[in-house]
Design a protein. Structure first.
Length: 698
């Protein structure tokens, strides 16, 4: 029997691919025009608003008195003229303040506002079709072409009358214009002149029709801090080494005797490592040894003993009253105290006894000490921020800041913040900045770039940086271009420490006094904020062993009195640099940095200019500590508004010498033993314009 052929397969319906949602109006069946959302009449697009950090999730940073320059892409369909305003206010205010925005190129608009006081501000952008400006523009074109504009003048009268309805205060003035431009007894040319006049345009611009204006879909934030968050010179000192006896801790009273010396060098901030009681369990000896003697003081970062924890003072230094007197004395010398906060505990800390749940425990019940394999820190217990008791823990740690704020401290250097949860910092720093907006936080996070940046977004005012490990001209140029000429600058402020108790870079170990001069000048002029650790001025450069960045006989583990009256001290250079920094606004910001070409890879050339363009400094540094280097530097004559035949006077602010340069290419010679750098004040024949925006926004 013949086999019946199989029927053709029934075609399956093809599954329709789900389309991505787009912003378009939808109407249900039977919908009427009356039910459409009036917002659909918005014809203007507002996008790409800058500056903003992570789509507005985090605020940009400024200090009181600075301007916030805002740009946005603003455009619409057709050819109508547009108008836009920048809206801003302090957080908590109901009413927005407005400043007009102006178009630049390619539908990019710009405006700016000033932040007058510390706290938090917010801003956004709004744009709309300017019907009157469109009419005025076209009226002038038609009139100039000799066309009859009688009808156009009637349209203008209608626009003016619409404005009168929403601007009764300007009714009399506008009514006069409305009648004048259609008065047939007046020549048509006079009526066109009246209709296109600046006074009428100004009044109409003051009362625009913004019913269908488009506002940017986010409100962006500004964290406004005091000037010290942007600009300052820091000096780090262990107060326990301020005496003359290496067998005992100096007291705060003895440390007070060093304040005039620190003041004389021109520092703004005196930074102290932890001043809390130091634990005895597993105390470290000299050079981080595991066998301390009975008189060894231990590491200040092993916090906590029977005398207390993070809100107590190491007895060798004195009492909390002694600390208060030290803070007051520092203030009289123009120094602000910065205090190190390290959220960790020695085995003897009261937290260990009173809150064992705040620490991680091994299976055998013992508390897990800190490790950075293969390094072991038996004298330190990390705090467990994920403890089931975390709410109480977080509030306690926030209280530590508040305690020291109550004792006159407004600057904190936070140890290893990258090993604690970002969410904790976002919460704690946010709460503290709202309650104490003059508080400044420095992040000591030598870690991966994105982690460092995220901590800055979380609320840290300043950050340590990779400056220590950038030593060639090419490395410095690349790194500081990233820090100052990209969006990073909107929220991360570097503090350039030339050395720390933990970091004695090989460059300083090998380079001797010239290397210390080079790195000091770079730190003080590349960054608005910089710092040195005590002993830098004496060019201390002996490591504990070859290949290590640890100091021999590190002050972290023993008391190190110093003789600061050495004839080859760099204190004089430090004093001169800090005086130059205070006298020249160009060095008080990071945004005005620009690098310039040289024909020698060992010569680093850069300029810094003030925001108003009135102060311009040029630095040329020989980064080779061992050899004389010479060559030609290339000046940006066009950027400076200088012609090749103009004479430029430059004044060396260190040596006092004056030079007269002409043309873009100029010769320099720098000998490490006699002069490692020029810091030149540049006198131009014409003043510079105000500091421009980011390079990709210019």
């Amino acid at each position: 029997m013949a086999k019946r052929p199989s029927p053709p397969a029934t075609p399956r319906p093809t599954a329709r691919r789900k389309q991505p949602a787009i912003d378009r109006p939808t109407s249900p069946p039977g919908d009427t025009a009356a039910s459409l959302d009036p917002q659909l009449q918005r014809r203007v697009v507002v996008e790409a608003v800058r500056p903003q950090v992570d789509a507005g999730r985090f605020p940009i940073k400024r200090v009181a008195g600075e301007r916030v320059s805002v740009s946005a892409d603003i455009f619409g369909d057709g050819h109508d003229a547009l108008a836009a305003v920048l809206l801003y206010r302090r957080v908590g205010e109901d009413a927005w303040r407005e400043v007009p925005m102006a178009p630049t190129t390619n539908d990019r608009w710009r405006g700016s506002f000033s932040v007058e006081s510390i706290g938090r501000y917010e801003y956004t952008v709004e744009g709309w079709v300017d019907r009157f400006a469109s009419w005025r523009r076209d009226l002038v074109k038609k009139a100039e072409a000799g066309q009859d504009v009688t009808s156009e003048l009637l349209e203008g009268q209608e626009l003016i009358r619409e404005t009168i309805a929403r601007a009764p205060k300007a009714a009399r003035e506008l009514s006069r214009f409305a009648e004048a431009i259609v008065d047939v007894s007046t020549p048509i040319d006079a009526r066109v002149s009246e209709a296109s006049s600046t006074p009428l345009a100004s009044v109409m611009a003051a009362y625009p029709d913004r019913q269908t204006a488009t506002r940017f879909d986010r409100v962006l934030g500004v964290l406004v801090e005091r000037e010290r968050a942007r600009f300052g010179a820091w000096y780090e000192m262990f107060p326990r080494s301020a005496g003359a006896d290496p067998t005992r801790s100096a007291t705060f009273a003895e440390a007070t005797a060093l304040l005039p010396y620190i003041e004389s060098m021109g520092f703004d901030v005196l930074y102290l490592p932890p001043i809390h009681p130091i634990g005895r369990s597993f105390r470290k000896g000299p050079n981080n040894s595991l066998t301390p003697g009975p008189g060894d003081p231990g590491s200040p970062w092993a916090i906590g003993a029977e005398d207390g924890g993070h809100t107590a003072v190491e007895p060798g230094l004195g009492t909390i009253d002694d600390f208060d007197r030290f803070v007051e004395a520092a203030g009289r010398h123009g120094l602000e105290i910065a205090l190190d906060i390290a959220f960790q505990a020695s085995p003897d800390h009261p937290y260990v006894r009173e809150h064992p749940g705040w620490f991680r425990h091994r299976p055998d019940g013992t508390i897990k000490y800190a490790e950075n394999p293969p390094k072991k820190y038996q004298d330190i217990y990390p705090i467990n921020f994920e403890s089931p008791e975390w709410p109480a823990l977080w509030h306690e740690l926030k209280h530590v800041f508040e305690f020291w704020i109550g004792h006159g401290v407004r600057i904190f250097r936070v140890d290893n913040p990258h090993t604690k949860p970002f969410r904790f910092w976002h919460w704690a720093l946010g709460e503290i900045s709202r309650e104490h907006p003059d508080t400044i936080f420095l992040s000591e996070a030598f870690t991966r770039p994105k982690v460092m940046r995220y901590l800055a977004k979380c609320g840290f005012s300043q950050s340590y940086s990779y400056f220590t490990w950038r030593n060639t001209a090419a490395e410095l140029t690349e790194y500081f271009t990233e820090l100052t000429q990209t969006d990073v600058r909107e929220y991360m402020r570097p503090n350039l420490f030339a050395n720390t108790p933990d970091i004695l870079h090989e460059y300083l170990q090998r380079g001797g006094r010239p290397a210390f001069q080079i790195r000091l000048i770079l730190a003080a002029t590349l960054g608005a904020s910089y710092g040195i650790y005590s002993g830098y001025e004496l060019a201390e450069n002996v490591p504990v062993r070859e290949g290590s960045e640890e100091y021999l006989d590190s002050e972290k583990y023993q008391i190190r009195p110093r003789n600061f009256n050495q004839p080859d001290s760099l204190a004089g250079l430090i004093r001169a640099l800090n005086a130059i920094r205070r006298e020249h606004p160009a060095l008080q910001h990071d945004h005005g940095l620009q690098f310039h070409a040289t024909d020698n890879p060992h010569l680093l050339c850069y300029s810094k200019r003030s925001v108003d363009g009135r102060d311009l400094l040029l630095a040329i540094v020989n980064v080779d500590f061992a050899h004389m280097q010479h060559g030609y530097v290339q000046l940006p004559l066009a950027d400076w508004g200088v012609t090749p035949i103009d004479t430029i006077e430059v004044h060396d602010l260190i040596s006092g010498e004056r030079y007269y340069w002409r043309g873009a290419s100029n010769y320099v010679r720098l000998e490490p033993e006699s002069r490692v750098a020029h810091i030149l004040q540049v006198r131009l024949p014409r003043p510079l314009p105000e500091l421009p925006a980011l390079p990709n926004e210019r």
